[in-house]
Design a binder for this molecule. Structure first.
Ligand code: ZN
Length: 159
């Protein structure tokens, strides 16, 4: 476990539970999905001008599964952490499984009922964000970019 010495680093985060804050900051500091891909099957760039978040997402498929995810970009801790969790979770999933996870997160953010069988892992840490409507876009940016990449849209701007 990383010691949380620099308390001031969490100032950009809304009032989330300490545990959730820690998971988000951990992903923010050491994001997953930074290794380059050998080949790119889908890619898209997403922007959230409201907060200044930017992500570039690329997927590599093998045997109908997402074999690798590359994600880079910059922005607030929530968007970076959400992208890192995406990269971590979607590896090894089929496109349909990945879409289900994405839908599940959207439902949570919009306070709709969701499929409780889906294991959300670290995504649960983002649930508290729904209390802060402006930050919901930050959390959803990588996932929206992922969905748009699948349908061939290379530039996504959410507003
Ligand atoms: Zn943001």
């Amino acid at each position: 476990m990383i010691q949380m010495k620099e308390k001031h680093q969490s100032r950009s985060l809304p009032q989330l539970d300490e545990l959730y804050k820690e998971i988000i900051l951990e992903h923010y500091r050491k994001p997953c999905g930074r290794e380059p891909l050998d080949k790119v099957d889908f890619c898209a760039e997403g922007m959230n001008p409201l907060c200044g978040d930017e992500v570039k997402l690329s997927l590599q498929l093998k045997d109908n599964k997402i074999s690798k995810v590359h994600i880079e970009g910059h922005g607030c801790s929530i968007s970076v952490a959400s992208g890192s969790i995406l990269a971590d979770m979607l590896k090894g999933k089929t496109i349909d499984e990945a879409k289900n996870i994405s839908n599940c997160l959207k439902n949570i953010m919009h306070d709709k009922e969701t499929d409780s069988k889906i294991d959300l892992g670290d995504l649960e840490a983002l649930e508290g964000v729904k209390k802060f409507p402006v930050r919901i876009k930050c959390a959803l940016l990588p996932w929206t970019t992922f969905e748009e990449a699948l349908i061939g849209h290379e530039h996504v701007e959410i507003s």
